[in-house]
Design a protein around this ligand. Structure first.
Ligand SMILES: [Zn+2]
Length: 101
């Protein structure tokens, strides 16, 4: 039993597994440079493709929903803080009233 030289998958009759042998056939058929070029073109993200992906994520509904949720929660926290401040003011005022009596 061998490990495929390309993908390390176990293979029994050769140093290259069946799947990697297909790649080897394509290299023989089209040339190594053409196969690498096609793989670069189809699989590797260049700057334009990365920017497209980032823009797509930024504009996705999930991000918008998440952003709105954070805004709402922030607003709730501020409202709660304001309520606490008002309660404290009211308590201080009542304490002052008690002291004067
Ligand atoms: Zn392989």
């Amino acid at each position: 039993m061998f490990d495929c030289k390309l993908c390390s998958e176990a293979c029994y009759t050769s140093y290259i597994c069946v799947s990697c042998n297909r790649i080897k056939d394509m290299v023989n058929l089209y040339s190594r440079d053409v196969v690498i070029s096609v793989l670069d073109e189809c699989l590797v993200r260049n700057d334009i493709k990365r920017k497209y992906k980032i823009d797509k994520i930024k504009n996705s509904n999930d991000i918008k929903i998440c952003t709105e949720k954070v805004k709402t929660e922030t607003k709730d926290i501020k409202n709660h803080e304001n309520l606490n401040k008002r309660c404290l003011k009211e308590l201080k005022r009542k304490l002052d009233d008690i002291k004067e009596v």
